[in-house]
Design a protein around this ligand. Structure first.
Ligand code: GUN
Length: 289
């Protein structure tokens, strides 16, 4: 079998267009313009690029973005002050702190300081817990993007065996719960999993989010599987690759996401959607709706 490409880039463009129309309609009806504040601490080039891409995407669809760039040696207390300021700013509907943070800052403490109703990343414990019981205000953009990609490609999830490689709070765990909510049977593999290939070969839907180039090879994939590669790894020669050995896995899979152009654009599109939802919810609250 030779896989069909799951084209995240064009599906994300479709979603961005929908968001743009939604922003226009909301502005016409309510005068409200969604606003996302991003915080970048330090000067990691990859993080700076991600934040820049998010700001550019906001602009394209009519969302206001406020970019806050802070020095790498910033104290945790100063960062908490910045978040508190944004929490109480009525113009800001959504807050995103780009990860990773410098090692002297406690990431969990920072993420927990963001108001859940402005937490468009879905990393606050109240949103993560909400996902567990099926009613979060926000779900993280990458897992949402994966589910949207499957949905818009007419891939049935119910009854399928989904195997996720990687147990991060950013991707692996929320993706597992979303797939479970859609009635998949879910296996989560991680760094201590014995015989990873045994598990990946069971997958009807295989989601790989381990951050290890070349981790999943052709022999680890079942014929006809749907393969979602979340990895973004920059090699020493400058190439950006996923966690999956694309050519050999594409020979076995029925559908596969490329890197770049697969999950990455979907993540940004879903962040825009979450930001519009944050704004709409705030406006609804003000009008008692
Ligand atoms: N770093 C890598 N992925 C993400 C993400 O989805 N959100 C944030 N805030 N930081 C990240």
């Amino acid at each position: 079998m030779s896989a069909r490409i799951l084209d995240g880039k064009s599906i994300a463009a479709e979603i961005r267009q929908e968001v743009r129309l939604e922003v226009e309609a909301m502005a016409a009806q309510t005068g409200a313009v969604p606003c996302l504040a991003t915080i970048l601490v330090g000067n990691d080039p990859a993080s700076a690029t991600y934040v820049q891409n998010k700001a550019r995407a906001c602009k394209e669809v009519g969302i206001t973005s406020v970019r806050i760039e802070l020095p790498a040696d910033l104290s945790e207390m100063s960062l908490l002050h910045e978040i508190n300021r944004l929490n109480s700013d009525p113009v800001v509907h959504a807050i995103l702190v780009q990860l990773p943070l410098p090692p002297h800052i406690n990431e969990r403490r920072i993420l927990e300081a963001i108001l859940p109703e402005k937490d468009v990343d879905g990393f606050h414990p109240s949103n993560l817990g909400g996902l567990l019981v099926g009613s979060p205000l926000f779900v993280a953009s990458t897992p949402l993007g994966i589910l949207e990609l499957l949905d818009r490609s007419n891939i049935v999830i119910e009854g399928k065996h989904a195997v996720i490689v990687g147990w991060s709070v950013v991707v692996g765990k929320p993706t597992a719960f979303l797939l479970l909510q859609h009635h998949a049977t879910v296996t989560i593999c991680h760094i201590k999993t014995r015989d990873l290939a045994f598990h990946t070969r069971q997958a009807d839907i295989l989601v790989v989010a381990a951050g290890k180039p070349g981790l999943v090879t052709g022999s680890m994939v079942k014929e006809g599987a749907v393969v979602i590669d979340v990895g973004v790894n920059r090699l020493s020669d400058g190439r950006v690759v996923g966690d999956v050995e694309f050519p050999e896995v594409a020979e076995k899979a029925s559908l596969i996401t490329p890197v770049p152009g697969g999950v990455g654009p979907m993540t940004i599109a879903m962040l825009l959607k979450n930001t519009v939802d944050a704004c709409r919810r705030k406006w609804g609250e003000r009008c008692g709706r």
